[in-house]
Ligand binder design. Structure first.
Ligand code: ADP
Ligand code: MG
Length: 158
């Protein structure tokens, strides 16, 4: 993923950026979203999930209570569809407080499925707790989001 910083001026612009970034993602990949409440992490995820073709934007909601939402799993339909579907896991670590709880989520197993794993509150996955990605450190993307005003968001891709 090419490093850059983008400033968006509406949720729609942020979703469009997410869809654009999705074109550069190749599963298995771990996408860490860092930034405060309201910074736009869920909004950006909507665009990424839609851009990956896993679900429409409006179906993507915050997994704050369930911790993980899954999109793009072709559980019905043709075998060919199932093979081509990009599986996306959308994780919210807001309520996770201990390393043990993190372990229970099994992020490494999800990545082993060659999925795209998008994590809100990526701050909670410090170097020690970060799951290993089959593609190595090159398959980890860090995106820092910051509110600069009511509708302005600074989004830095590292
Ligand atoms: P987070 O998941 O980081 O808590 P959300 O994406 O759920 O943040 O919420 C972002 C809020 O900010 C939404 O209410 C959204 O409408 C608003 N917003 C305003 N401008 C933007 C923007 N440029 N990008 C993303 N969200 C924006
Ligand atoms: Mg959120």
């Amino acid at each position: 993923m090419r490093a850059r910083t983008v400033v968006t001026h509406s949720p729609e612009e942020t979703m469009a950026l997410g869809a654009e970034l999705a074109q550069e993602l190749k599963a298995p990949v771990l996408v860490l979203l860092l930034g405060d409440l309201g910074a736009g992490k869920t909004t950006l995820t909507k665009g990424i999930v839609a851009g990956l073709g896993a679900a429409p934007e409006e179906e993507v909601t915050s997994p704050t209570f369930t911790m993980i939402h899954e999109y793009g799993r072709a559980s019905s339909g043709q075998a060919a569809d199932r093979d081509s579907a990009v599986r996306v896991y959308h994780v919210d670590l807001y309520r996770v407080e201990t390393a043990r709880e993190l372990e229970t989520l099994g992020l490494e197993d999800l990545l082993a499925e060659r999925a795209a794993v998008i994590v809100e509150w990526g701050e909670k996955l410090g170097p020690v707790l970060r799951p290993s990605v089959p593609g190595g450190p090159g398959s980890v993307v860090e995106i820092h989001l910051e509110a600069k005003g009511e509708n302005e968001r600074r989004i830095e891709i590292r």
